[in-house]
Design a protein around this ligand. Structure first.
Ligand SMILES: C[S@@+](CC[C@H](N)C(=O)[O-])C[C@H]1O[C@@H](n2cnc3c(N)ncnc32)[C@H](O)[C@@H]1O
Length: 296
């Protein structure tokens, strides 16, 4: 991230969600009516272009040509995570922790979460920008959301989130979407160890990238443009995992893995057969695990 600036990749994700939300209700895969409000120039301009008839299709296909597979991967994973949270909520989640929340608007747009304590943890530079937009939109910041400013590479998450009222004894859903790939191995390890202190049965959903994207990027479609944009944003990939090692890695930290699904598969879940024609971002993965201390 660039010092003093909100995360650019968080804003790009908001653009992909905003574009999808502008499609007709019967066609859209995810719906995030707040996403467009987080956009600044030049992404806000792209969104304005999308409002012109035919504009959304034009902007989306431009993005898909330059950064193959990224937009559809973010759209499908947004829906996948919305669905997982909704199912978990049926089982009475008491707390939702969103690590590296960026412009995630679930706490505001999913009405069933209004009765849940939500902790949005993020880098202070991104959080300040988000709070500004939310205050403008909603008047006041909602009572059920606590903002916790943390730099995962430097700050003590345990102390900061405890001060904000987080309870280790509560049934918790921890969401860590789009973040591990920007961190160090140590930061991922210490954050996971903190997550594992949540009450037994609590859920952790996180995303990660396949290790091969770091060691042999040329093997994946569209990596050159993607890496150039990440470099410009000051948010390069620094951490990845080999999927076959993930169950053991998580078990050593007190989790049992329940699902580990790559972009090609989660895209197919929501885009159907069309997904088989989409190339790019296959290295991106969503993992769902449960706190299970017997696994240690
Ligand atoms: C790609 S965005 C993902 C945002 C959101 N979770 C999503 O999926 O749209 C990465 C997020 O990680 C946060 N982040 C990156 N490095 C961080 C760090 N060292 N400490 C805290 N947050 C960090 C950024 O502020 C940003 O919100």
């Amino acid at each position: 991230m660039r010092e003093g600036h909100a995360s650019r990749t968080a804003e790009q994700n908001a653009l992909f969600r905003a574009l999808e939300s502008a499609r007709p209700e019967s066609e859209r895969i995810c719906d995030d009516p707040l996403a467009r409000h987080f956009l600044t120039w030049p992404l806000s301009l792209a969104m304005r272009g999308a409002a012109i008839p035919g504009g959304a299709r034009f902007v989306s296909s431009y993005i898909d040509r330059r950064w193959p597979g990224v937009r559809s991967s973010v759209v499908a994973r947004t829906r996948l995570i919305d669905d997982v949270i909704s199912t978990a909520q049926d089982k009475d989640i008491e707390q939702l922790v969103i690590l590296g929340a960026g412009f995630d608007s679930r706490a505001y747009r999913i009405s069933r979460l209004h009765g849940v304590e939500v902790f949005e943890v993020d880098h202070p530079d991104t959080q300040v920008a988000k709070q500004g937009v939310l205050t403008r939109l909603l008047g006041v910041l909602p009572n059920h959301v606590r903002f916790v400013a943390v730099d995962f590479k430097r700050d003590d998450l345990t102390a900061s989130i405890s001060r904000a009222g987080y309870r280790e004894s509560a049934r918790t859903f921890i969401l860590w979407e789009g973040v591990t790939n920007y961190l160090t191995e140590d930061a991922v390890d210490s954050t996971l160890r903190w997550c594992a202190r949540a009450s037994s049965g609590s859920i952790l959903l996180f995303t990660y990238v396949h290790r091969d994207i770091l060691t042999r990027p040329a093997a994946f479609a569209g990596t050159r443009n993607l890496f150039a944009s990440l470099e410009k944003a000051g948010e390069r990939f620094t951490f990845g995992m080999e999927p076959s090692r993930v169950p053991q890695y998580l078990a050593e930290r007190g989790f049992s893995l329940e699902l580990d699904i790559g972009a090609a598969d989660y895209r197919e879940r929501y885009y159907g057969a069309v997904a088989r024609t989409i190339r790019g971002h296959e290295f991106y993965r969503v993992a769902l695990a449960r706190v299970d201390r017997r696994a240690v």
